[in-house]
Design a protein. Structure first.
Length: 244
């Protein structure tokens, strides 16, 4: 299927994730949050790639098995598995993924049309590809609008009785939502408010600098800007194991 999606030349941020051996990305503007795999209720007569629905703070959210959607075998869930909650103009869906990788900043003019090599994948949900790491890695960019376009009304109604009580209780609570980026230090989980997170990158090469506090590992050059690297294990006294 030919993809006529046109990207602007402006920089965009992609939340990238892994399915099997393939790398995918989705525009961060369509990502509401990333959560651990929740309790999922199966929905009768739903498409195979619709794993079911979950109750996300009083809202019924369809969860899509993206491996099945793209013709892959189902995988066993582990500690790296996540659900990416996407929101396109009020239409929401959860995408189950093997692992979330990083947040990439890419120029729009680097995004290319989807190549024919991915013929076994449903191309209606792929808007383009971008090559990174000197062309050694290919990231397929998902069309969030296509993924959220499934008819949710009937499926929501079939589950309404099961979640009605808990939904009403949570809906009555007027809570201020805070979006968080969570991370692990050893066996402990911590989080930062997403408004304070600029981007997430792979572990870089760090230049040692003398006469710094023990928790400052050194500095890196990030797009020609020197940035200190804080070792949070030392800073928070959670152990001094090597970062993997």
């Amino acid at each position: 299927m030919k993809n006529d999606h046109v990207f602007s030349s402006e920089e965009m941020q992609l939340v990238t994730f892994v399915l099997g051996q393939e790398n995918f990305g989705i525009d961060i503007m369509n990502v509401q949050e990333i959560i651990r795999i929740p309790s999922i209720t199966a929905v009768p007569q739903a498409p195979l790639y619709v794993e079911g629905v979950t109750n996300l703070r009083g809202e019924i959210l369809p969860v899509l098995d993206t491996r099945v959607k793209f013709g892959m075998d189902q995988a066993q869930r582990d500690v790296s598995s996540r659900v990416i909650v996407v929101d396109v103009q009020g239409k929401k869906a959860g995408l189950s993924v093997d692992a979330v990788s990083e947040v990439l900043r890419v120029e729009g003019n680097r995004i290319e049309a989807t190549p024919a090599i991915a013929a076994d994948i449903d191309m209606s949900t792929i808007s383009g590809v971008v090559k990174i790491n000197d062309g050694k890695k290919l990231v397929m960019i998902l069309d969030a609008a296509s993924l959220c376009s499934i008819d949710q009304t009937k499926r929501k109604e079939t589950l309404s009785k099961n979640v009605k009580d808990s939904s009403n209780r949570e809906a009555e609570q007027k809570l201020e939502e805070v979006q968080l980026v969570s991370f692990l230090l050893g066996n402990e989980e911590f989080a930062l408010e997403i408004e304070h997170v600029r981007e997430i990158i792979r572990y870089p090469e760090i230049v040692k600098v003398p006469n710094l506090p023990p928790y400052i590992k050194g500095v890196i050059s990030l797009r020609d800007t020197l940035m200190p690297i804080v070792d949070m294990r030392i800073k928070l006294d959670t152990g001094n194991d090597e970062i993997s």
